[in-house]
Design a binder for this molecule. Sequence first.
Ligand code: RIB
Length: 295
Amino acid sequence: MKICCFGSLNIDYVYHVRHFVRAGETIASTDRSIICGGKGLNQSIALARSGADVYHAGNVSATDGMMLLNALQSNGVHVEQVCQQNAVNGHAIIQVDEKGENSILLYGGTNQNITRKQIDEVMCAFDEGDYIVLQNEVNLLPEIVRAAHEKKLKVILNPSPVDGIRENVPLEMVDYLFVNADEACTLSDGKTPEESCIALKQRFPQMTLVCTLGAKGAVVYDGTFTRADGRRTHVVDTTGAGDTFLGYYVGLMAEGKSKEDCLRGAIAAATLCVGKLGASVSIPFRVQVEELLNA
Ligand code: RIB
């Protein structure tokens, strides 16, 4: 079974700051790094490092996007469905504060140039039962969801950033929804993540919800709740933790692991991710995740 990740590829400009810059304020950063990112690329790399057979689809700039293609290839991700364009690459300006929290400003660039023809071509490369992993950082997301559903792929959506999802995306065609607590509440008007999962499942009965709860762990809701606690760790940078969680959960699910094992593995992977700076570069390898699980 193949896994297609159709999503963003960003260049992340990461600035270390004492606190996030406020309106009207000018502050100096204490360090800067340039790192491969984008929720799509991060999730592809996490899937590949979990051991899955991953095919990335999306766009990069023919001039400044080569580092992103190289990062995917060096992690064993297939890149035949990544198009090169004469346009500015998608990028993110990321502030990381002393607590390891982040604040992200996106510029869509190449990620916003997906075409209908491209969607048709990508769908031709996959068959019924294959997985497709999506986020909300490329244009035409509703069309991609519809095309994947029509092709009978298992649709796995991380609706992040959450803007416009409720209004535009056919959630009745989504099989797995990966959300954090805020996203769950925004999508359902629920007051707690649990209440939100129940409300979303009532509205979209085909959907399994996987909701991350930060340091408190994560839950799966498919009609009953399966929970796993978080792990205590020193947080350096939370960027990419959600992407790492999703990549490992889906990779382990594709191997046929139980919900409990998927949760445990994904939480261990995300714990290792937050201990290092940067998104894609802090995604752990499977052997490191197994070591933590067996420790
Ligand atoms: O989820 C983290 C990612 O969000 C970063 O890599 C950044 O590019 C933004 O897309």
